[in-house]
Design a protein around this ligand. Structure first.
Ligand code: PGA
Length: 250
């Protein structure tokens, strides 16, 4: 009943010309996808990606958004700017932003509120570091990150947020959570949403897995009942790989 959603996170890769080329290459390969298909691109690639994706089933996302409407925030982009540029989705709270750029649960929450109120679909990232999993504190952490990030949204708004569960130790490392680990922790996230926003809302929220997801492991992960899609880094940079992930059910 939840439509799967597979999103590429290009991170800091591709020039505008390369972005257009990749989207053009992807279009025929994912045209029959049963899931929602999104590419989250660097800000300078948005215009090229939106142009190339026009008329196709590929939607374009950004990789961050600021919470203010406008103002003295050098280097940042507002939600209204992204909407005006043709963006429909935005990644918020990626672990790389949290680790390297001082993103906190509070700023993640501010960004989520701004994005949702502007009509963007937020892809909210949560997930634990290796030490947290080893200490047995994963469930408490992802529960906390989820509740804090969504604070201030109505249940109706929460239904449209996409959550990406990304164990930090699995990102870019080639290590993947086992199908069961990913399913179990995503179940914990869904329970947290049910506790605060009700079961009906929790049943509608799409929760992706992210962390070294690729053409080889996608089928096993997607067969898990709690997993509604993927946020794909490395394997989203080549049309052949990304389209195999998108077409995992073929
Ligand atoms: P990866 O990245 O697929 O390269 O591990 C996933 C992500 O960071 O979203």
């Amino acid at each position: 009943m939840r439509k799967p959603i597979i999103a590429g996170n290009w991170k800091m890769n591709k020039t505008p010309a390369e972005a257009a080329a990749l989207v053009n290459e992807l279009k025929p390969l994912v045209a029959d996808a049963q899931c929602d298909v999104v590419v989250c691109v660097p800000a300078v690639d948005i215009a090229a990606a939106v142009d190339a994706a026009a008329g196709s089933n590929i939607k374009v996302g950004a990789q961050n958004v600021h919470w203010a409407k406008s103002g003295a925030y050098t280097g940042e982009l507002s939600a209204d700017m992204l909407v005006a540029a043709g963006v429909e989705y935005v990644v918020i709270g990626h672990s790389e932003r949290r680790q390297y750029f001082g993103e906190t649960d509070r700023t993640v929450n501010q960004r989520v509120l701004a994005a949702v109120n502007a009509g963007l679909k937020a892809i909210l990232c949560v997930g634990e570091m290796k030490e947290v999993r080893e200490a047995g504190a994963t469930d408490g952490l992802v529960d906390f990150q989820t509740i804090m990030a969504l604070n201030g949204l109505t249940a109706e708004q929460v239904q449209d947020v996409i959550i990406a569960y990304e164990p930090v130790w699995a990102i870019g490392t080639g290590l993947t959570a086992t199908d069961e680990q990913a399913n179990e922790t995503i179940g914990v996230i869904r329970k947290a949403i049910a506790r605060k926003y009700g079961q009906e809302c929790a049943d509608k929220v799409r929760i992706q897995y992210g962390g070294s997801m690729n053409p080889k492991n996608v089928k096993g992960l997607m067969a898990q009942p709690e997993i509604d899609g993927g946020l794909i880094g490395g394997a989203s940079l080549k049309a052949a790989d990304f389209s195999l992930v998108v077409n995992y059910d073929k």
